[in-house]
Design a protein around this ligand. Structure first.
Ligand code: ADP
Ligand code: MG
Length: 385
């Protein structure tokens, strides 16, 4: 039996009505663009969060995660309070509770449910375990209650849960990647219109491999640095008379920079505008089947995040520099930064060598040993049982 279904049965004493699974994601390129109405190019990972669920006849939401030693938490659907749950592992129930709250807020008639969560998406590694949990929960509740929603709507409601209920001011990329990705493809996402394009991305067919290097440095997206980046961007857009930095064309960047007086704001703007351009260029290389040519754009993106956006950290910089020195076509931090994971595009045969080089460099620097895994673009969220 499926492990989530088995866990549900053992815990609640009867089988679930279904099991829904939503993946973590890696962002190939397009970082910090999603709160600037810009572009991103994420793909879903094979690692997923499963939610086994069954309806209840009352208005209770019973929650358990096999990954958190918290027992069963019982909440009343009629009494969900945004911001009322502390963040972090102890406050994990805010994510599924926030989803139920967002669905009810949107007028969707979901009712009580028992949920059992298990996941192989590492938390806080920049691979978006939070979005995986939200999207799997949203899909479970809506399908249980006979109101299935398209992926983009699930993602929008999941994001609202994270923003308004959990209190993390994230953009919509993570939830869209988890809800809408398709196997063997990267997802070109316009975060203003939620328009999606599925771009073939088959590394193996080109003799390539993508490595995810989890630095084991836990990021905290909710901390002040993320909020500070957001407000810098919004201030700069306002100073330029634009609705969002998305509306600043790459060709107009030099002129716009000359009009901004704040040197920090200028660097933030330069990152966002060049990053949107890099998304389009990487997409073009993938479409042309020139996967190797995307490599230098990844490394350029990393330099921009490190120097202009200032969201990298020594471990991420070391992972990128070492992978590149060991022969990667390109590498970059992925996710919000300040820790989490880096991505490296390498020849398939170079996997052992690059992995050894990165592990050796971390040991020499006295850093915690990184986790190096392969990333293969996988399918988005779905009912699996
Ligand atoms: P990321 O999304 O990059 O993994 P976040 O800090 O955004 O990191 O989200 C991690 C939080 O999401 C955890 O601290 C926990 O509260 C919640 N979470 C994620 N996956 C699970 C899970 N399987 N069970 C319980 N809580 C989870
Ligand atoms: Mg997250």
């Amino acid at each position: 039996m499926n492990r989530a279904a088995q866990g549900f049965q053992d815990l609640y004493g009867s089988p679930p009505e279904g099991v829904w699974a939503a993946p973590g994601r890696v962002n190939l390129i397009g970082e910090h663009t999603d709160y600037n109405d810009g572009f991103a190019l994420p793909f879903a990972l094979p690692q997923r969060t499963e939610v086994a669920a069954a309806r209840r006849t009352d208005r209770e939401l019973r929650l358990h995660s096999a990954d958190v030693p918290s027992g069963v938490v019982t909440l009343d659907l009629t009494d969900l309070t945004p911001g009322g749950t502390p963040r972090g592992p102890a406050g994990w129930t805010a994510y599924p509770a926030g989803v139920a709250w967002a669905l009810l807020e949107a007028g969707l008639p979901v009712g009580g449910a028992d949920l059992y969560v298990r996941s192989d998406v590492p938390t806080g590694a920049g691979l978006s375990s939070s979005a995986a949990l939200e999207v799997a929960t949203a899909m479970a509740l809506t399908e249980l209650y006979g109101i299935p929603l398209p992926g983009a709507e699930l993602a929008t409601l999941a994001r609202r849960a994270e923003n308004a209920y959990v209190g993390v001011p994230c953009g919509v990329m993570d939830q869209m990647a988890s809800a809408c990705s398709s196997a063997g493809h990267a997802l070109h996402l316009d975060t203003r219109t939620l328009e999606q394009r599925h771009i073939p991305f088959d590394c193996a067919a080109s003799g390539l491999r993508l490595l995810v290097i989890d630095t084991r440095v836990k990021h905290d997206l909710a901390d002040g640095a993320y909020a500070a980046r957001r407000s810098s961007c919004h201030r700069a857009a306002a100073a330029l008379g634009l609705p969002a930095l998305r509306d600043l064309a790459y060709a107009d960047l030099p002129e716009a920079l000359s009009r901004l007086t704040d040197p920090i704001g200028r660097r933030r703007v330069r990152h966002i505008v060049t990053e949107n351009e890099r998304v389009l260029r990487v997409e073009a290389e993938l479409r042309a089947g020139r996967l190797r040519a995307a490599g230098p754009l990844l490394t350029e993106g990393h330099a921009s995040l490190r120097d202009d956006y200032e969201v990298s950290c020594p471990e991420l910089d070391l992972a990128v520099a070492t992978a590149n020195a060991a022969g990667a076509y390109g590498a970059r931090m992925t996710g919000g930064g300040f820790g989490g994971s880096a991505l490296a595009l390498i020849d398939a045969e170079a996997e052992a060598e690059v992995t050894r080089a990165v592990e050796g460099a971390f040991a020499a620097a006295g850093f915690t040993a990184p986790h190096v895994t392969r990333a293969v673009p996988a399918a988005g969220a779905a009912r699996i049982l």
